[in-house]
Design a binder for this molecule. Structure first.
Ligand code: BTN
Length: 325
């Protein structure tokens, strides 16, 4: 690890407390002047660091530069993390890494995506500086029959991480869209690769896109349906902390999805349940009342004739917006 990485890690590990130049210098066996030079060079790279006489240095609360060193220090992990300024899609990048043997838990994070992918072949608008675009490689220990549970467990992990940081309720719209104040703030795209015997998953890539800060790239149609954490709460969220929290919770939620313990939380968060919905599934459109989530994370829909269907995939929308006020 070079000096810059070590300084960043120490500053991040201090969790907002100042560390004196003398302590940093001592820990790394370099001069205080050398520490100062490293801090200046980190600032040039875009990190926002406060220096206060007689206190020392700390990462500013408003630092908005993503860094694998900060994320690892906050998560207290040593997982493989790749942070990129720009990439076409973190999911595509992660799939290439996974095919080359990247470890379980490897994360790819970008400040900007030029071809961010959404579900159903849509694009995911991913401007720089205001989102978290993260893809996590998992090499599941569980069987292929458990794979439908991956996305819903990941949705709970992401909802929890966001709530932890902004203290505002996060809902889940089946399958995996996260909502705040009736607007979508996060989408999840999971892509999987089958093992050779087709009975196991070789790997899955869980791609999570979160609108964190205000952005000007949403057109008026998108603005009607989507928002960002900052616009909903008025709070500026530290993207490095959010990444660290997501990674910590993904590990926990995906440890044993077969237990289905997380489904109770998923059901509490799910926002379609109890409402009239339309759903697109397998090329057809249906209308009915969403009655809940079954044990395989399918949406149960009661149709007009009283019969029930369990939807495993597709897209559902409320016929009328829910008024929370
Ligand atoms: C959706 O809302 O339809 C899913 C959006 C998923 C977006 C994330 S951003 C990180 C990862 N990389 C991608 O290209 N897509 C996912």
């Amino acid at each position: 690890m070079n000096v810059k990485e070590t300084v960043l890690k120490q500053l991040a590990a201090s969790e907002g407390e100042y560390i004196s130049g003398a302590a940093l210098a001592r820990n790394m066996n370099i001069s205080r002047n050398a520490v100062w030079k490293v801090v200046k060079s980190l600032e040039k790279e875009g990190f926002s660091i406060e220096a206060v006489t007689s206190k020392g240095y700390r990462i500013s609360e408003d630092n908005n530069k993503l860094s694998e060193d900060i994320i690892k220090a906050v998560e207290k992990s040593d997982r493989d993390i790749i942070v990129l300024d720009e990439v076409d899609s973190t999911n595509d990048y992660a799939k290439k890494l996974a095919a080359r043997g990247a470890k379980n838990g490897t994360a790819v994070i970008a400040d900007r995506q030029t071809a961010g992918k959404g579900r159903m072949g849509r694009n995911f608008v991913s401007p720089p500086g205001c989102g978290v675009y993260i893809s996590i490689i998992i090499r599941p220990k569980f069987g292929i029959e458990t794979s439908p549970l991956i996305t819903s467990a990941a949705a709970c992990a992401a909802a929890n991480a966001i709530e932890m940081l902004c203290k505002e309720n996060v809902g889940i719209k089946w399958v995996n869209d996260l909502y705040m104040n009736d607007k979508k703030i996060c989408g999840i795209l999971t892509e999987a690769s089958m093992g050779l015997e087709m009975r196991s998953l070789d790997y899955a890539v869980i791609g999570i896109g979160i609108n964190v800060g205000k952005n000007d790239e949403f057109d008026s149609e998108l603005r009607r349906r989507a928002s960002s954490i900052e616009e909903c709460t008025g709070k500026k969220i530290d993207r490095n902390r959010l990444c660290a929290e997501i990674l910590r919770l993904i590990d926990i939620y995906l440890e044993n999805p077969e237990s289905r313990e997380y489904l109770e939380e998923y059901r509490k968060r799910e926002i379609l349940t109890g409402h009239e919905i339309t759903a697109q599934t397998g090329g057809t459109s249906i209308r009915g009342i969403a009655e809940g989530i079954d044990d395989n994370a399918n949406l149960i829909v009661r149709l007009a004739d009283g019969s029930k269907i369990h939807l495993g995939s597709g897209e559902a929308t409320l016929c009328r917006p829910v008024n929370n006020s």
